[in-house]
Ligand binder design. Structure first.
Ligand code: NAD
Length: 257
């Protein structure tokens, strides 16, 4: 399928899942807007690489998704948004009684509230264009919980709820809103959890991956960023025009348990 002529904004897309989704949307012909908070030479290089590889227009726009006005400014600066992928996210693992309040606030802001702000600005642009796709990257933790991830699980459940409301408010229009719920994907976000988990359980890297990270993923395999990107491309296809307000799990069977 071709997404030629469509523009996609992907929040938090200079690494991991966001970059994987940006690459697959570009491979399908969409122009893409990459985003992160850092504004490093590597961020701009990621956009240049996509433009060179897929022959699309790829821009990098710096905006901190922890700040509502910057999330809104990202979409305003892009000026066009046919496909909005709310992907930016961070993690912090800690018991509720010790969970730093600042971390709670940051996770709720980046992983959940930023989607409200970007969507609020994107929907009028989609209506003007007469077509739109909102794709929210939630998680298996948007459907189920784990201990020590209170802010993350709360934000991801919120993301699923926000997806349903977005779908209902756009149900009579050629706009859909869905959430993709990945299980574990080996990205920098997950890599960062491995050393602490190794120390906590006195395990080696492979043992942590098999017995801790993939414990609840029956396939015992990580999902890949390419598979998530292809799921996003499918949600942009005509075949998915009546799929709205739902979640698509890409989790190796986690939520079937
Ligand atoms: P990652 O750490 O590789 O990438 C996160 C991206 O978000 C980076 O580009 C980073 O620059 C950006 N980002 C972080 N804070 C930001 C901010 N304040 N403003 C703008 N951008 C910011 O992480 P990932 O694993 O690719 O995760 C992407 C999304 O997928 C997250 O929402 C995460 O919760 C979700 N997810 C990941 C997994 C997994 O196993 N990796 C599983 C389920 C859901």
């Amino acid at each position: 399928m071709s997404l030629h002529g469509k523009t996609a904004i992907i929040t938090g897309s200079t690494s991991g899942i966001g970059l994987g989704i940006a690459r697959e949307l570009a491979r399908a012909g969409a122009d893409v807007v990459l985003n992160s908070f850092s504004d490093s030479p590597e961020d701009h290089a990621a956009a240049r690489d996509i433009a060179a590889e897929y022959g699309v227009t790829a821009r990098y726009i710096q905006a901190d998704m922890s700040k509502g006005e910057e999330a809104r400014a990202l979409v305003e600066r892009a000026g066009v948004c046919d496909i909005l992928v709310n992907n930016a996210g961070i993690q912090h693992v800690c018991a509720i009684e010790d969970f730093p309040a600042a971390k709670w606030d940051a996770i709720i802001a980046i992983n959940m509230s930023s989607a409200f702000h970007t969507t609020a600005v994107a929907l009028p642009l989609m209506r003007k264009a007469g077509w739109g796709r909102v794709i929210n990257i939630a998680s298996a933790h948007g459907l189920t919980a784990s201990p020590y991830k209170s802010a993350y699980v709360t934000a991801k459940h919120g993301m699923v709820g926000f997806t349903k409301v977005t779908a209902l408010e756009t149900a009579r229009e050629p706009i859909t809103a869905n959430a993709i719920c990945p299980g574990y994907v080996l990205t920098p976000l997950v890599e960062a959890q491995i050393p602490d988990t190794m120390a906590k359980y006195g395990m080696g890297r492979e043992e942590v991956i098999e017995k801790v990270l993939l414990e609840r993923q029956p396939s015992k395999e990580f999902a890949t960023v390419g598979q998530l990107g292809q799921t996003a491309v499918f949600l942009c296809s005509d075949a998915a025009a009546q799929i709205t307000g739902t979640t698509i799990s890409v989790d190796g069977g986690w939520t079937a348990l």
